[in-house]
Design a protein around this ligand. Sequence first.
Ligand SMILES: Nc1ncnc2c1ncn2[C@@H]1O[C@H](COP(=O)(O)OP(=O)(O)OP(=O)(O)O)[C@@H](O)[C@H]1O
Ligand code: SF4
Ligand SMILES: [Mg+2]
Length: 366
Amino acid sequence: MSGDTSAAAASSAADHDGVVGPGTPLLEVRDLAVEFRTPEGNVRAVDGLSYRVAAGRTLAVVGESGSGKSVSSLAVMGLLPDTARVTHGEVLLAGEDLLSLSRREHRRRCGERIAMVFQDALAALNPVHTVGYQLTEALRRRRGMSRRDAGRRAVELLDLVGVPNARGRVKDYPHQFSGGMRQRVMIATALALDPDVLIADEPTTALDVTVQAQVLRLLAEIQAERRMGLVLITHDLGVVAGMADDVTVMYAGRVVERAPVRDTFGAPAHPYTRALLHSIPSSGAGGDGEGRRLPVIPGRPPSPAALPTGCAFHPRCDTARDVCRTDPPPLEAVAVDRASACHFAAEVLASHDVPPPVEHEEAAHD
Ligand SMILES: Nc1ncnc2c1ncn2[C@@H]1O[C@H](COP(=O)(O)OP(=O)(O)OP(=O)(O)O)[C@@H](O)[C@H]1O
Ligand code: SF4
Ligand SMILES: [Mg+2]
């Protein structure tokens, strides 16, 4: 644990709202809320999400399926479907609120500075164009490069992400690449315009363990070299331990804990984080990679259309009390750079309930 964990120390910290991440933020999300229009009425999928990412830092966003990780990223990128809308919040890119712009301008700004790697490269790449065309098209349109220069840069990018025989493969179509190579192509496409921030939404979920490690190592190397801010959405707590500086834990659309990774993993300040860390499979389990994914804790996360009253986690929380069933806990600072949304966060933190260590899944071992 770093620093003083007392609430007094927390309130005197400059960053009293608990939004972690030192350095001037490249990207800052403030109090973001997203709703979907459904036949049953409006459903809030993201509620009050805030985070910051500075140059060269990695923020991991974790949470069970349906917690709002992808929807919030699509909102940041201006890519929400027509049935969704941002009802609150700001997305500040170098201080400019992208949500105040037209959708077209929003996407244009993102195209210049933020890139996203999606979970499913095959779905994200256009099947009817060669990967070379997909790389050069962005360079020609956005950077005004000549066909020849863009072609040369496309080969360099494929080379950078470790596609063998890049010069030859630039003429291939996405389906001609293996899963791991497609993911590399996707990363090359994301890096083409030299973004300041990369949002990687489960970039390796579809890959086998060895290839996962290679792709993660690649991401880590490129990030360090270019000093990009990286938002890494993952189910894999080993990857969080190995790659991230800070972590935001989401539950049912809300942030329940955020902190520097080493602090949270050493002593969580929210029962949900604690449950996740305690249910991590022991070392060596899950040889197929599944064992390192977000562990299963008893019960299911709620649908955003039917949230429990009070604390949304209360039906699954082993320390819930009466107040938890009626009063939603606000996200509050519990220590320097740390915040938790639990009525009893100080108790959880003070219990020194040390979870078993998370085996670091460093991008280095493949
Ligand atoms: N098109 C949609 N229409 C209505 N609700 C949606 C739609 N897409 C997402 N949602 C709702 O938004 C919530 C958040 O979805 P999101 O895709 O962000 O989850 P996630 O955290 O990325 O999950 P996963 O780990 O499975 O990728 C979901 O619970 C779902 O109910
Ligand atoms: S507020 Fe109550 S139910 Fe929610 S996490 Fe804390 S102790 Fe558990
Ligand atoms: Mg998702």
